[in-house]
Design a protein around this ligand. Structure first.
Ligand code: MFK
Ligand code: FAD
Length: 502
């Protein structure tokens, strides 16, 4: 009945549609090869990859625990689209770019720009990519030598048939935020110097990974372990099968039934003698995995901004197709004000996230100043916690801009909101990251704040000709004149706040 059918919003090349991204790159990384690659990839994302992403959502992974004759097999069956995402990720160098460094200190900005284009269409394959990149970073920081040389080369390869993904198994039933107290997994030393892990990992995402980094307590010769964070070491394990096809030392207890991230197999795992190698010094597990946390938190931030950008792009397109009260939505000032507010949030978040990527790239290529290193340490938790919250608010607003259709499952829009909800939970909740900020203020004796204010001052100096910014410039100038006392005060107070929070 009726002849009217609403045109759907159209996904266009996310690179060409993003004036801010292109402007940012033109200013900082105007290399033709990079821009051509991103533009070509954007075209592929819109025309091909986005449909695979949708397939990942509608064909979620499932667990086959037993074969027809009752033998334990623990097969996580994933969709063909999910497998295609893995090959695509290798071919496009989604992790490799960060290690090949084709754009020197700007390589992370290049890589993360590509991730940003990919994220909302990736069917959350960006989750294993984050952990894969984090694992490569940890291995690189501890030394690429036996037993992880091959792993490193596979994590960072562009060859799909060699490409490995990694897990990050930290959370146990007693503690996800507080892994120091909550980790029960023990590592039993073997005569050849390796270990066998026994324990239960409560959340392990992308459990179809080829390897993992994980935390456990190494037993001493008497079988005793050290409690707390100082008893944790970092281990590397392959996820492999024996000649009977059974997982070596792992039982997949079940796949989790989740609000969102349904594309990703997140499992509960029983580690029952998993063969592993210790990578860190004994007791340095948390400090050693911190490099992984930095990478995955930056991925999280870029994903958050990408979700906001996608919903804004689609909402803008829809506003030029949908009519209400006799004119297109784009001609209703109030509707456009709503979209403009979303755009402003997205732009601010983009610049903050990209600046963190810029700092990471500088640190990795040895050109970071002391100020850069402090800024990277401070901004990583700040940008993760801030963009995680922002993404939920902006995406939720974005859904409303499609009216009732924004709530309809087969438009693909509700999935964006479901997936945004996790961004403030995994990789450190908002409160835990707030405490991480205090931790780095305290441990640097306030130097991270000094670095921050100095950075803001430099940025504002560049904008001093813009009259609308005059009040902000004055406010920061006033704050800077009290900077010395403020930094000292913050450094003195941070340990107190930490104690209070504990
Ligand atoms: C597409 C999206 C991408 C993301 C996909 C991801 C999929 C999901 C994966 C997960 O969720 S994996 C699980 C993530 N888990 C967390 O993020 C845990 C959250 N909890 C924390 O971050 C706690 O703050 C922490 C576990 C680190 C607290 O542990 P401790 O042992 O009480 O910390 P402590 O004693 O303050 O620090 C131990 C050492 O680590 C110190 O070094 P030193 O011994 O050398 O002084 C710290 O400086 C260092 N450290 C801790 N956090 C750090 C850090 N170093 C650098 N950066 C940090 N963030
Ligand atoms: P808790 O630590 O119990 O926290 C509960 C609440 O208490 C939170 O609001 C938190 O902010 C608050 N809180 C805790 N400590 C403090 C404090 N000191 N001060 C103030 N507030 C505090 N983990 C992995 O290791 N690997 C994975 O692959 C993985 N995948 C995941 C996938 C999904 C979809 C989800 C949802 C989680 C995944 N996790 C994974 C687990 C995730 O990292 C943890 O859930 C998260 O770190 C929080 O830990 P928790 O669940 O134990 O919560």
């Amino acid at each position: 009945v009726g002849t009217f059918f609403q045109e759907s919003p159209m996904l266009k090349n996310p690179f060409l549609e993003d004036a801010l991204l292109r402007g940012y790159l033109r200013r900082h990384l105007p290399e033709e090869a990079v821009l051509t690659d991103l533009c070509g990839f954007g075209e592929r994302v819109a025309k091909e990859v986005d449909a695979w992403g949708r397939q990942c959502e509608v064909n979620p992974p499932r667990l086959v625990q037993f074969d027809p004759w009752g033998r334990r097999v623990d097969h996580i069956v994933t969709s063909s689209a999910w497998k295609r995402m893995k090959d695509l990720s290798a071919q496009e160098g989604m992790v490799a770019i960060g290690y090949e460094r084709p754009a020197g200190e700007w390589s992370r900005v290049y890589q993360m720009s590509k991730l940003y284009i990919f994220c909302p269409s990736a069917g959350l394959f960006t989750c294993p990519l984050a952990m894969t990149d984090g694992a490569a970073k940890v291995i690189q920081s501890l030394g690429v030598s036996w037993p992880v040389e091959e792993a490193y080369s596979r994590l960072t390869t562009r060859q799909p048939e060699r490409f490995w993904t990694s897990g990050q198994w930290m959370t146990e039933r007693q503690g996800g935020s507080d892994v120091g107290t909550g980790t029960e997994t023990v590592a039993v030393p073997q005569s050849d110097g390796s270990y066998r892990l026994h324990g239960f990992k409560w959340f392990t995402s992308a459990t179809d990974a080829d390897m993992t980094l994980t935390l456990a307590r190494a037993q001493d010769p008497t079988g005793a372990t050290t409690p707390g964070s100082r008893g944790l070491s970092l281990f590397y394990a392959n996820v492999s099968r024996d000649e009977d096809g059974r997982l070596r030392g792992i039982e997949v207890q079940r796949l989790k039934d989740k609000l969102g991230t349904r594309q990703v197999p997140t499992a509960e795992l029983l580690l029952d003698g998993l063969p592993a190698h210790r990578l860190s010094e004994e007791g340095r597990g948390v400090a050693s995995i911190a490099n992984m946390l930095t990478i995955t938190r930056i991925y999280n931030s870029v994903s958050a901004v990408a979700a906001m950008r996608r919903v804004v792009q689609l909402a803008r397109d829809y506003a030029a197709r949908r009519t209400a009260f006799g004119k297109l939505l784009k001609d209703h000032p109030l509707h456009m004000q709503t979209l403009a507010r979303m755009e402003v949030e997205t732009r601010g978040a983009f610049l903050l996230a990209m600046d963190t990527c810029r700092l990471l790239g500088r640190e990795e290529t040895g050109v970071a100043s002391e100020l850069d290193a402090h800024l990277l340490r401070l901004l990583t938790p700040v940008v993760k916690l801030y963009t995680g919250k922002q993404a939920m608010a902006v995406v939720s607003e974005g859904l409303e801009s499609f009216g009732g259709q924004g709530y309809m499952e087969d438009t693909g829009l509700p999935g964006i909101l479901r997936d945004a909800q996790v961004l403030s939970i995994w990789e450190g909740t908002t409160n835990v990251l707030s405490l991480d900020v205090l931790r780095c203020v305290a441990r640097s004796s306030g130097m991270v704040l000094h670095a921050y204010f100095t950075h803001v001052k430099t940025l504002l100096a560049g904008a001093s000709g813009v009259s609308a910014l005059a009040p902000a410039v004055k406010a920061v100038d006033d704050a800077l004149s009290e900077l010395h006392g403020f930094v000292q005060l913050a450094a003195t107070r941070a340990p107190g706040y930490l104690e209070l929070a504990a």
